[in-house]
Design a protein around this ligand. Structure first.
Ligand code: DC
Length: 225
């Protein structure tokens, strides 16, 4: 069986992972997999059920009621939760917090692991998340850890939310981002961290094109090998 090419992009929220990963997938004809969207979909379900996302047993119980599907159309990756397209709803700031909280539970991570690995078995992928290089695809062809200062990341996230018409202030965005960094890095299971063999790209102060050029160069080098 041919081993597919896989680019693993990890890093904290707002580092530019999804923008760069999407562009790289387009440029090289790979499938873009946004794993944060998958965790967000579980977070949304837990929110809709009125469950405390920190209550491991309650979250575990509700997983059996979730049917997750990932599909692609001209808008990109879409998340289908029990038959309903929830791709827009999962972007709300409140759901970010639920996603971060539920992602700390081993039952949730196990529930989603096969789905992510299967995509990389079937296609060449650019997959972004928090643990792609460390846990999901430890044999990825290229691992990149994207980072930037929290202020820079909050500014980008704030601009994205404003563009989508989601009301919030810069201060709230920065506070939420720091809180999520803390949750995602401190958890005991698959915490946010660079894999030992990841290349760290700091995008602070870069334009999107500057960061993309760096990523493109790394992928081209790896494809030649
Ligand atoms: O990338 P994002 O902000 O959409 O991710 C939402 C949350 O999901 C994030 O706070 C942590 C969690 N997550 C994770 O634990 N592992 C991943 N591979 C992707 C996201």
């Amino acid at each position: 069986m041919k081993k597919h090419f896989a680019v693993a992009i990890d890093g904290p929220s707002g580092a530019g992972k999804s923008t760069l990963a999407k562009r790289a997938a387009q440029r090289f004809g790979f499938v873009y997999v946004d794993t944060g969207a998958i965790y967000r979909t579980v977070g949304l379900f837990v929110f809709q059920e009125g469950i405390d996302p920190g209550d491991k047993e309650a979250v575990k119980e509700c997983l059996s009621k979730i049917k997750l599907q990932l599909c692609y159309d001209e808008r990109g990756q879409r998340m289908i939760l029990n038959g309903e397209d929830v791709s827009e709803r999962i972007r709300e700031p409140q759901i970010s917090m639920y996603a971060s909280a539920v992602s700390a539970h081993g039952c949730v991570r196990d529930f989603l692991l096969d789905m992510q690995r299967k995509l990389a078995e079937d296609y060449d992928v650019v997959m972004d998340g928090r643990d792609i290089g460390t846990v999901v695809l430890p044999n990825a062809s290229l691992k990149v850890f994207l980072t930037a200062t929290s202020e820079d990341r909050a500014r980008r996230r704030y601009e994205q939310l404003c563009e989508k018409g989601i009301g919030c202030t810069f201060e709230e965005t920065l506070r939420d981002l720091k809180q999520r960094d803390e949750n995602d890095s401190r958890r005991s299971l698959a915490p946010l961290k660079a894999a030992d063999d990841a290349i760290v790209l700091d995008t602070t102060g870069d334009t999107e094109s500057e960061s993309f050029d760096k990523l493109e160069k790394l992928i081209l080098e790896r494809l030649k090998k």
